[in-house]
Design a protein around this ligand. Structure first.
Ligand SMILES: Cc1ncc(COP(=O)(O)O)c(C=O)c1O
Length: 466
């Protein structure tokens, strides 16, 4: 079956969505689309009256200004290339080739690609872990990295992460700014944080310099539509705008831009009300089924966004992959599962009925005690031998992955989701990583580009062995 036909058939299953995108195909969103006959009616280009994303003066400017006012930023920008292009732009806006930046090693692949594009040297800061889940970097480790690398221009980190876990960002903001560096935050999973004071404060409110939101993940916009918030005077605005031009299409989609407009209209008019309803539903399901990761489980200093429902294997009674499979058989699609945990992503567009149905299915499937497999943390700790661009442009050779121990990778190895690379170009392929990859494939964890361990190949640096 080809793509469109497949999407139509999946849509006909009418799955209850606990995955992204955050619009959940709901009627509230469609009320706006009822004003046109088909989506093609608003798929236009730069003609008189439609403004220009790269030099907004009229309607796009009005929409972006409204967004900026809503989030209380210096300026806000629509992105039609996802958070990925916003990450590239923010990193390259504050650096020049050859600069060093500090990077939390649990960042999404887009951050490392941004470093490659900007020809930067990265100093990686290892995250802390809870039951195999990376929970973010600590202020102590940030301070240590800054002391050792005072020349670094900026720190890039993810907050909150894929599981809704956020580090002590206020403390980190103070340390970073006290040392004259910039704080760039990938808040892909936190576009909704300002909708309730029961949620952790957003990076915008905590004083980060630039923040990127995947509006399509936790708010109701269409996939690939995101926003970038410029939040301080420390960043050269002109350079940021140049970088946005560089990384965005010269034909940005008006459908995606409209979807951002609709999304933030819903947020402005009903966001707080809808969030209150969502948090009520979340409290009920958490109370009835105490299998989800809770704030009390996390070490001091880390906060949990309750709208992300994570089950770690040993709390639930099921292998998390089986949870995903069983729920899908019963009409519910969750965001992600692997041998260690599974994640349900809710949004303000989830109806109360979605939670009632989930509750009924959990009752039916009777989650009980499963031992779980932890210790995934090895997946983040590799020796960095050279910069990404040095690795990309070095002479290379192809090898069987299973024989590549102690070689320097020129490729990524990325379990997806969540998109955090186990190995990035320039890093050493260590024995424990190979073991882990093998084990993950055995458990059917999807690793981009690798189907089976025995046959998989990888490109490595040919003239150096570490
Ligand atoms: C933490 C994080 N950052 C960035 C991205 C990339 O965002 P986008 O898909 O909007 O380009 C993702 C996507 O999954 C992500 O999880």
């Amino acid at each position: 079956m080809k793509l469109f036909e497949k999407l139509v058939s999946i849509n006909n299953e009418k799955l209850v969505s606990f995955h992204v995108p955050g619009h959940k195909q709901t009627s509230l969103y469609n009320e706006y689309l009822d004003k046109v006959n088909t989506i093609l009616d608003i798929d236009t280009t730069e003609i008189p009256g439609t403004d220009d994303l790269h030099d907004p003066l009229t309607c796009i400017k009005t929409s972006q200004d409204a967004l900026s006012k809503l989030y209380k930023t210096k300026e806000s920008f629509f992105l039609t290339g996802g958070t990925t292009c916003g990450i590239y732009a923010m990193i390259m806006a504050v650096t020049s080739p050859g600069d060093t930046i500090l990077v939390a090693r649990d960042c999404h692949r887009a951050v490392y690609d941004g470093m490659f594009l900007g020809r930067l040297n990265g100093i990686y800061i290892s995250p802390d872990f809870y039951k195999g889940i990376p929970i973010g970097i600590t202020k102590e480790n940030v301070l240590k990295a800054i002391k050792e690398n005072p020349q670094a221009k900026a720190l890039v980190l993810t907050y909150p992460n894929y599981y809704g876990i956020g580090t002590d960002l206020k403390a980190i903001e103070q340390i970073v700014h006290a040392n004259n560096m910039l704080l760039l935050v990938d808040e892909a999973h936190g576009a909704h944080l300002n909708l309730s004071n029961e949620l952790m404060l957003s990076a915008v409110d905590l004083g980060a310099d630039v923040v990127v939101h995947s509006s399509h993940k936790s708010l109701p916009s269409m996939t690939q539509s995101s926003v970038l918030h410029l939040n301080s005077d420390r960043v050269n605005e002109r350079k940021l705008k140049q970088m946005l031009k560089l990384h965005q299409s010269s034909s940005p989609s008006y459908v995606l831009m409209s979807s951002l407009d609709i999304c933030y209209d819903i947020v402005a008019k009903q966001g707080e009300f809808l969030m209150k309803k969502l948090l009520g539903n979340i409290k009920k399901i958490r109370y009835k089924y105490p299998v989800f990761l809770e704030q009390v489980d996390l070490p001091d200093g880390f906060k949990l966004d309750p709208t992300k429902l994570t089950i770690t294997g040993n709390k639930s009674g099921w292998n998390p992959v089986d949870i995903e499979n069983q729920l899908r058989k019963n009409g519910i699609q969750i965001e992600f599962s692997n041998e260690n945990n599974c994640v349900f992503v809710s949004s303000i567009m989830n109806e109360t009925g979605d939670f009632e149905y989930l509750s009924k299915m959990m009752e039916m499937l009777k989650f009980k005690c499963y031992s779980g497999i932890d210790n995934m943390e090895k997946s983040f700790l590799s020796k960095n031998i050279m910069s990404l661009s040095e690795a990309y442009y070095s002479s290379k050779k192809m090898m069987k992955l299973k024989d590549a121990e102690n070689c320097i990778s020129t490729e990524y190895i990325v379990p997806y989701p969540p998109g955090i690379p186990m190995i990035i170009p320039g890093e050493l392929i260590e024995e424990d990583k190979l073991e882990l990859i093998n084990r993950m494939l055995d458990k059917n964890q999807k690793i981009v580009g690798i189907d089976n361990f025995e046959d998989a190949t990888i490109e490595v640096v040919s003239n150096e062995e570490a």
